[in-house]
Ligand binder design. Sequence first.
Ligand code: ZN
Length: 307
Amino acid sequence: MIIDIHVHPFYKENRILDEMARAGVDYAVLLAVDADPMDVEKPEIRSRLRARHLESSIDFWGFQALSIEDQIKKFFQDLIIYYPNLKSSNQEIADLVKKYPDKFIGFGSVNPNKDEDYVEAKLKEVSDLGLKGIKMLPTLQMFNPSENKNFERICEYCEKNRKILLYHTGCDPGPWENPSLSEDANPKYLAKVLETYSPTIVLAHTGSYSAWKPGIWLDEALELGRKFDNVYFDTAAVSNIIYSEKTLKRIKEAVGLERLLFGSDYPVVWGSDMKYEVNVIKSCDYLTDEEKERILGQNAAEILGMT
Ligand SMILES: [Zn+2]
């Protein structure tokens, strides 16, 4: 069984289902994103991001002339122009799962910059809609996990309700290719909250995604995994780094391959798709058949309670 733990429903569902069939993927985890570009106008967020933006004078995506606030707003606007059929709300994800329960698994999302009532209402929504996990992105959602009370609450909720927390680590496209701006997505900031709460947490991209510095926070990701055995890793958008002899050996020694999960990040990685990503693992010379089976599906099935 093949489970893709990291899929964005940015295309109409038939296109996603066709790609799954082509790649031999049995289940796709569809991810919601609850982010508000206007949060960048909150004084504490704005001043933090401005300071980080100034740390770096390199123009990572050609929009350095714009203020950081405008870059972030432009990123969200462009996303919708590029993917007009994009779905991102908890309700939209739940509707897709309801329509194709044998193909899709849904993860919701909660914006941690809103007030406590908002967060509680969203968590209730995740429960009511039967979503299996929560996707969080310190980049697009502009928060630091070591100093955000709502994020602590989300970790507590995931632990108590056995929801998977799929948590973005590493850089992100657009303005977040600037590593300073993605600083909050360094896995090291999770250590504090994981001392208190023990959700099953999957570090998306294994701390490694960065066009500028590939493998940027791989060390920090593995360090966190060594410390907490509820920390898992997906290889979305970083298969070129992870499935090398050297990196697999490091992961094996640090945490074991039982905590590594296949994710394609479909359709957002340029020059890649689900089929390509499945083949990277299937054709990897440094994994046994049993390890391939684990990574492609068995590990995910176990944490999702599907076995
Ligand atoms: Zn992604």
